[in-house]
Design a binder for this molecule. Structure first.
Ligand code: HEC
Ligand code: HEC
Ligand SMILES: [Cu+2]
Length: 486
């Protein structure tokens, strides 16, 4: 009895199949931001060629096999009812043929594939002499560092066009995978080892990247951009990254924001690595932040975080989850989880465990962050007071500065340690730390040059720019106030 296909199945199955095929094919459009078919550079092009080769080989196999199945089905279909067909066993010629044919097919695929894998690795090594970018994966963002250039940034990789660039890949936590579909295939970032890949863009433009390895809660929101510049523009970009931002005008909302940033954000985020020394030590600083986090996974108030130097020049926010502008920045600072559920800033930053910042403070921090862009060439950061505290009694002034300059975000006025050591009793401690040095000098040096005598057991995260943002009077007032604490 022939099988009956019910009308209902017939009515729905065909259109359904049609939609399915259409949906599958739409994945092949080269215009999509993350389509490997829209290769935008010679490396992606060569990888695509391998794909096309494999596709056509597979297509040939498909056609031959399907044709054989159909031909045999028709030729040997049951025509007479009685008896079994002729029984046979073994056919040397056929068996040799279907052993050799797949081996030949696999060789056609394997030789160019393996060849390309090895030559791209050699080219990646050679590309180091053009430009090397070190990318470190974090849950769930990307740290980006330019070898030998004293430039560190995050979530954006800038490259010159027409240049093969070596990308070295590390991970600070779990396995991630670096994938810019239009520029090159993906390569994993594996803890404790360095991988590499080579990318090259033919035309200037912005290319979409994405972590391609499931790496935890916010994995799908771990994106990035590769920005390809004309060679001259790339040099301008690099140069800009090394030029300090103009300091906020005294008394402006941005100046207030800078102080809030010092107290609430700077333990995790560097924002001024335009200075070569700070840029060079940023990797170490991040390492220490990460160690502090690993010591206390649930309650740490500190973790390695995106470098915010010249944040205002970036295209996106939160590892590519939103375009960056004042509105999205304010939304991010108000509640990072709104834009990126699961991120570590919301979980660990102390401000979200306490009352949080109010709208005015958020706007001030946004105003400060929007000043983070290259200042005019040849300008040195000008000195100016951060707090605008009133003159008069130095201790009262110091007490006010302690909050307005951001010290209170990291230091308790009791002996209890938060991010930094508790400052209760700092005067007595000073004498034992640096015998022969006056406590005033010890405290002053600790403030203006935090790296000079690091207190053991604490991360080197105290901002290094108080010498610029605090006046001599401010410093004296702070010292006078700190000496009253016990
Ligand atoms: C406990 C450490 C920590 C503190 C404190 C902290 N952040 Fe973050 N911040 C992070 C981490 C981690 C990320 C990356 C989140 C992600 O994308 O998954 C981040 C991301 C950001 C970003 C997005 C950066 C980018 O490249 O897209 C901005 C902007 C930001 N933080 C601003 C602030 C501000 C302003 C404060 C202070 C009010 C602050 N952060 C306090 C850890 C911290
Ligand atoms: C982002 C966090 C942070 C901020 C903001 C910060 N500090 Fe610190 N501070 C630290 C850490 C961490 C240490 C210990 C490591 C070191 O010596 O740098 C420290 C050390 C010190 C010490 C030496 C303490 C000792 O026991 O020897 C003094 C004094 C000090 N800070 C004063 C200040 C003052 C004043 C301000 C505000 C103008 C300030 N700090 C802002 C993190 C911070
Ligand atoms: Cu990832």
């Amino acid at each position: 009895m022939p099988i009956r296909i019910s009308n209902r199945v017939r009515r729905f199955a065909l259109p359904f199949l049609f939609i399915l095929v259409l949906a599958a094919l739409s994945g092949c459009t080269p215009h999509h931001n993350q389509s490997t078919f829209g290769a935008a550079g010679p490396i992606a092009e060569r990888q695509k060629d391998i794909f096309v080769l494999i596709f056509w080989v597979a297509m040939a196999v498909f056609v031959v096999v399907e044709a054989a199945i159909i031909a045999i089905t028709l030729a040997y279909r049951r025509r007479h009812v009685e008896g079994l067909p002729e029984q046979m066993h073994g056919n040397n010629r056929l068996e040799v043929a279907w052993t050799i044919a797949p081996a030949v097919v696999l060789a056609i695929i394997a030789i160019p594939t393996v060849n390309l894998i090895f030559s791209l690795d050699r080219e990646a090594t050679a590309a180091a002499s053009n430009l090397e970018v070190v990318v470190t994966g974090h849950q769930w963002w990307w740290e980006v560092e330019y070898t030998g250039e004293d430039v560190v940034t995050a979530n954006e990789v800038h490259i010159p066009v027409g240049t093969a660039v070596r990308i070295v890949l590390h991970s600070e936590d779990v396995i991630h995978s670096f994938w810019v579909p239009k520029l090159a295939g993906k390569v994993d970032l594996i803890p404790t080892r360095a991988n590499q890949l080579v990318v090259e863009a033919t035309e200037p433009g912005v290319y979409f990247g994405q972590c391609a390895e499931f790496c935890g809660e916010a994995h799908a929101l771990m994106r990035f951009k590769v920005v390809a510049h004309e060679k001259d523009d790339f040099a301008v970009w690099l140069d800009g990254m090394r030029r300090p931002a103009l300091p906020p005008a005294p008394g402006s909302p941005a100046a207030a924001g800078q102080a809030i940033f010092a107290g609430n954000c700077s333990m995790c985020h560097s924002s001024q690595t335009t200075n070569p020394e700070l840029a060079r030590s940023e990797r170490d600083t991040q390492g220490v932040r990460q160690e502090q986090f690993l010591k206390d996974l649930e309650d740490s108030a500190i973790i390695a975080a995106p470098n915010l130097t010249h944040l205002a020049t970036r295209l996106t926010l939160g590892a590519g989850v939103r375009d960056l502008n004042e509105g999205t920045l304010a939304a991010w600072i108000r509640d990072p989880n709104d834009l990126k559920p699961g991120n570590r800033m919301k979980k660990l930053a102390n401000v979200y465990r306490t009352q949080g910042l109010n709208d005015d403070q958020i706007n001030q921090v946004v105003a400060y962050l929007m000043t983070l862009k290259p200042g005019p060439a040849g300008q040195a950061p000008a000195g100016q007071p951060a707090g605008g505290a009133p003159a008069g009694d130095p201790v009262a002034r110091g007490k006010q500065l302690f909050t307005s300059a951001g010290c209170s975000g990291c230091h308790a006025t009791t002996p209890d340690n938060i991010v930094g050591p508790g400052l209760g009793g700092v005067e007595t401690r000073a004498a034992t730390r640096k015998p022969g040095m006056s406590s005033d000098d010890y405290i002053r040096e600790s403030i203006v040059n935090p790296a000079a005598f690091l207190v053991e057991g604490f991360p080197p995260v105290m901002p290094a720019n108080f010498a610029q943002t605090l006046s001599a009077d401010d410093l004296n007032a702070l010292i006078a106030y700190l000496k009253t604490l016990n």
